[in-house]
Design a binder for this molecule. Sequence first.
Ligand SMILES: *Cc1c(COP(=O)(O)O)cnc(C)c1O
Length: 397
Amino acid sequence: MSDFAATKAMFHLPEGVIYLDGNSLGPLPKAAGARMERAMRDEWGEMLITGWNKAGWMAQPAELGDRIARLIGAEPGHVMLGDTLSIKVYQALAAALEMRPERRVILSDSGNFPSDLYMAEGLIGALDRGYELRVVAPEEVADAINPDVAVTLLTEVDYRTGRMHDMAALTARAHDAGALTIWDLAHSAGAVPVDLAGVDADFAVGCTYKFLNGGPGAPAFIYVAPRYADHARPALSGWLGHAAPFDFEQVYRAGEGLARMRVGTPPVLAMAALDSALDIWDGVDMKALRTRAQTLSERFIASVEDSCPMLELASPRDPEARGSQVSFRFAQGYAAMQACIAQGVIGDFRAPDIMRFGITPLYIDAGDIDRAAAVIARVMQDRLWDDPAYQARSAVT
Ligand SMILES: *Cc1c(COP(=O)(O)O)cnc(C)c1O
């Protein structure tokens, strides 16, 4: 049984703040400071370059990958950490396209995060072999999977609305049509139960700074199904993915299994923070987390809808069709969110009109939900958002 009062106590949560933005950047685990301090003082400071061996830095991308594997239903040894999510999208996509050489279509949907689409565009340009990025509405994806499609590039949970794709059904459908699948788990890992092995996924990618709480800029991860791990060709063929990096051979030979998905030197200090964040996940059952997230989300929606008729639910009403966030549409959403933040309730805004609130049971409880809903009610009913101070947009929304 997961103890969510205990997990809440493991985070530093600033006084007077209710943090409903853990879907964008998770809060600081209290143990992270000491863990990073140790990595700096005892490892970097004292061991210098010998830390790569003595402190196990070189093995960490695979070890931390194994800790994440449990949370996403991946086979041990098949999740590798490194780089950013955008780069891992590129890598997975390049590998998948090579495995379907006679096909030319990458299928994605208009709810996907722009960076995934941009990376696909960039790869298509670099390959210059007539590939097409076909973007359809999320509800049209299933019907758009046909024998032209080499690979589907889909984010399971829509970053704006929280709408979830049916990963099992779409994977099966893609396989029936002879296509491969890449699942982006940016808003799934640490948010909803994922069963990569169970749904027979081919590739998956995700980040660790959102629901997993690894810290700003924490490294991304990539999953490759065991059946492909030894022959997927990593288009980004860096030296640490080489079969023998320290032989310094002149010609690239891909390493065994997932090791080939490594590119360059891993971010040791960032991995130390992530390591302490993953300690918190060790005692958490993803099904219990999901149930609690759904209960909290239902409570939040009911309360906000009751007091704020001007806000329109943008997320699916069916809890099973929704990830771990709740979004509302409001024409003045940016200003309204700024007003909420000024009152201590932190969510975020996604253009053009989405107010987004992450529901993260590791450190949000029913009392937080009630207090947040009361603040939102005051902001909306008293039109606190209607203040020029809340109109000016910052670079990061
Ligand atoms: C957050 C997010 C990203 C961000 O990619 P980075 O390279 O880590 O900045 C990419 N894709 C999706 C679906 C996301 O939600």
